[in-house]
Ligand binder design. Structure first.
Ligand SMILES: [Cu+2]
Length: 141
């Protein structure tokens, strides 16, 4: 009777331990799975008052950058890829393939946004082609 009782009490606690271990293992798996997409961040550049905010943004390779147009008229975020910034750093630019790196949102309508994934490291000077005095710099590390 006593042995049986001990077994009966021991059995649920072992089950409990197994369940706890299973939950622990599951939480590790979920944590690892969640860590992968978390490595790529999404950054926001707000276009407001005919300016890019922040004017200079540094992101990591693989990150996504979203330009949000809060002005009541269209803008673009356009990097030519052969900007003046590359003249002084031709060696590193060609080494990392930045000479051809560029992006162009085309027209971003009022209230709309445009997202670009930063794949190649470098410093991207960009403008709004509709308002060339609007300038910004995106640094990809
Ligand atoms: Cu503009």
């Amino acid at each position: 009777m006593i042995v049986t009782a001990d077994r009966m009490t021991a059995s649920p606690s072992l089950d409990g331990l197994a369940t706890a271990l299973a939950r622990l293992a599951a939480s590790f798996i979920f944590a690892s799975a969640a860590a992968c997409p978390a490595l790529a961040a999404t950054h926001t550049i707000v276009i407001d008052g005919t300016s890019f905010q922040p004017q200079t943004l540094t992101v990591a390779r693989g990150d996504r950058v979203t330009w949000v147009n809060r002005d009541p008229f269209p803008h673009t975020a356009t990097a030519s890829g052969n900007t003046s910034g590359n003249v002084s750093s031709n060696a590193s630019a060609s080494a990392s393939g930045n000479a051809s790196a560029k992006f162009d949102s085309k027209s971003i309508a009022a209230g709309k946004s445009w997202t670009w994934t930063a794949r190649d490291p470098g410093s991207y000077d960009y403008i709004c082609t509709l308002h060339p005095t609007m300038k910004g710099t995106l640094v990809v590390k």
